[in-house]
Design a binder for this molecule. Structure first.
Ligand code: AGP
Length: 594
């Protein structure tokens, strides 16, 4: 949930740490801070964004340091709660991502032993524990501290005593970037791409002692080797490329994202020979788990798999799955997670694994925890998604689910071929939606004036109504609810009046008549209606206030075009309202706490 970085080498550490931190702000941006080793340890931290710190922080000399960008869990965003934290002597500085569940007990013990705390965070116990156990060998003191900690952590530790860094992880991601005479620590690969593409993924319980020329990794005290990987993403992938916001760039990348995700499959109708995942059993039943936007992709998946394979598909919010709920037997479980690091999803995956259920992760991040926990991985290949609001990763998840559904055995050949032909059209259909963006801007101007909005959809587009509402509230701060259109009349219709717009997804399928009926019910309560409808739907114009026209698309694939239109609508509405689109308040992209 927070982003951590470390640098040890020959260059000035401060600009490198701040540059690396700026690429990790999607993980949290309540405050940030750095610690640099000089003769002692100098710390600068504040409740500002990294960009401000780059301009305003004092000169800090030194070629070894650590940094942090925070998403507050324990203690409000404040300068004292910001990381790095230190022990009483100021000899050790620590940055931490994760949650220490037994910190109250440890803190009380340490206070009784004379340690003085300055923050409300759980993280501050770590430097004090290191101080307690330090006997001249930092590695041993850190290991002793970690042995007493319960919960999750990725940490980087700096000491005034010697020119080394320590990195360690459990249930929170951490990588080492290997340079030439310099080394990096980071929560995620994009942070080091300006400097190196050589990456080591640390595993749970790994502890690394890092100098500028070497590193040694131990796992529970035993030295261990971890493979070096070449990063597949480039630094251009994490730049705005002239767009005003990452979100707009990422929306516009979607035709290419589809090609990258299943390019070979689109051409041949067969999974590519180097595909990471091939499924050759007939599906009996399926469980899908995910959170947020990825959960909405799972709901679309349920619809298409049940429809095409006639098997039961259960979709659960991973955040609801883990707390004492009974496991219902299933032959296969799919976890959908853009980041591959969402704590709730990882716990669920582990539960399935314990029950010997075959697990598949659909994830966007190579080497992510989900890909290492699951038996198999389907990579969505959306490229790095920086904006907190998920857009291209959602479309890539949908496309992966279509591919999965079409490639599972048991589907009638003719049906498969005709759906494949429609799938092939999708990059082009999305191009057409993007070309119509200027018309969506006008609707956004209208929407931006309102405080409450309903999104309604039916059938396969019900999850898209949920997703449209999530996107709008997340980045524009307008209260929005996604609804199954037929449910409005069972209660929420009481809220409709002239200042409560309805956004109705009018699919040209067997739900159309019922949707028109829902629209009429809303109009009868004076609610303004914005419809998403086919370009050739002639009747809709006279029924509603605004129409967003979309290219006609095969019934199974309308979630894709509708979702892209709603992403654009959310984006332009937030822009009209002057919101910080890429980094909305209170949020972080990767939710590594339960
Ligand atoms: C969507 O815009 C959100 N940022 C959020 O709902 C996100 O989809 C959710 O936190 C799940 O993340 P994941 O896909 O990385 O697991």
């Amino acid at each position: 949930m927070c982003g951590i970085v470390g640098y040890i080498g020959k260059a000035s550490a401060k600009p490198i740490l701040l540059n690396a931190l700026s690429t990790l702000e999607y993980r949290g941006y309540d405050s940030c801070g750095i610690a640099i080793r000089n003769d002692s340890i100098d710390i600068y931290k504040d409740i500002v964004r990294v960009e401000v710190m780059q301009k305003e922080s004092p000169t800090l000399n030194g070629t070894t340091g650590i940094g942090h960008t925070r998403w507050a869990t324990h203690g409000e965003p404040s300068s004292t709660n910001s990381h790095p934290h230190t022990d009483c002597s100021g000899k050790f500085a620590v940055v931490h991502n994760g949650i220490i569940s037994n910190f109250q007990k440890l803190r009380q013990q340490l206070i009784a032993e004379g340690h003085v705390f300055t923050s409300e965070t759980d993280s501050e116990v770590i430097p004090h524990m290191i101080e307690k156990y330090y006997d001249g060998v930092l590695e041993e003191a850190v290991q002793a501290a970690l042995d007493e900690i319960e919960g999750s952590y990725a940490i980087a530790v700096l000491t005034a005593d010697e020119d080394i860094l320590i990195a360690a992880r459990k249930d929170s991601p951490l990588i080492i970037g290997v340079g030439d005479g310099e080394m990096f620590i980071a929560s995620d690969v994009p942070a080091v791409l300006d400097y190196t593409d050589r990456v080591i993924y640390l595993e749970d319980r790994d502890l690394a002692v890092i100098t500028k020329d070497s590193f040694k990794i131990t796992s529970d005290g035993t030295e261990i080797k971890r493979a070096e990987h070449r990063a597949t993403w480039s630094k251009e992938d994490v730049q705005k490329a002239g767009y005003e916001h990452f979100m707009l760039k990422e929306i516009n990348e979607q035709p290419r994202v589809i090609q990258n995700t299943i390019g070979d499959y689109l051409v041949s109708g067969e999974p590519s020979s180097d595909a990471e995942f091939k499924f050759d059993e007939e599906l009996r039943d399926l469980s899908i788990v995910a959170c947020g936007t990825s959960y909405h992709a799972g709901l679309v998946g349920k619809y298409i798999i049940e429809e095409l394979h006639g098997i039961p598909v259960r979709v659960d919010l991973a955040s609801e799955f883990n707390h004492g709920r009974r496991m219902i037997p299933t032959s296969m479980a799919i976890a959908i997670t853009q980041s591959g690091e969402t704590a709730d999803v990882l716990s669920t995956l582990k539960r399935f694994r314990e029950e010997s259920v075959r697990t598949v992760a659909i994830t966007n991040v190579p080497g992510s925890s989900a890909s290492r926990v699951a038996n198999d991985t389907i990579y969505t290949k959306a490229g790095p998604e920086v904006s907190v609001a998920a857009t291209k990763s959602f479309i890539a998840q949908l496309i992966s689910l279509y591919q999965f559904t079409l490639s599972c055995p048991g589907l009638h050949r003719g049906i498969r071929e005709s759906l494949l032909a429609e799938l092939r059209q999708m990059p082009n259909k999305i191009e057409q939606v993007l070309d119509g963006a200027c018309r969506i801007v006008n609707v956004a101007k209208f929407l931006a004036k309102h405080d409450n909005v309903f999104f309604i959809g039916r059938g396969i587009n019900h999850p898209i109504a949920l997703e449209g509402a999530l996107k709008l509230k997340e980045i524009s701060y307008i209260h929005a609810e996604g609804y199954a259109a037929g449910e409005l009349k069972h209660g929420s219709i009481a809220l409709l009046q002239e200042n409560t717009p309805i956004i109705a997804i009018v699919a040209n399928d067997n739900t159309r008549d019922a949707m028109i009926s829902s629209i009429n019910q809303a109009k009868a309560r004076s609610a303004p209606v914005i419809a998403l409808a086919d370009e050739d739907d002639e009747d809709i114009g006279s029924l509603v206030d605004y129409v967003i026209r979309l290219p006609r698309t095969g019934n199974m694939f309308t979630p894709v075009t509708n979702a892209v239109a709603l992403q654009l609508l959310a984006y332009h509405t937030a822009k009209h309202r002057g919101c910080p689109i890429d980094f909305p308040r209170n949020l972080a992209k990767s939710v590594t706490v339960e």
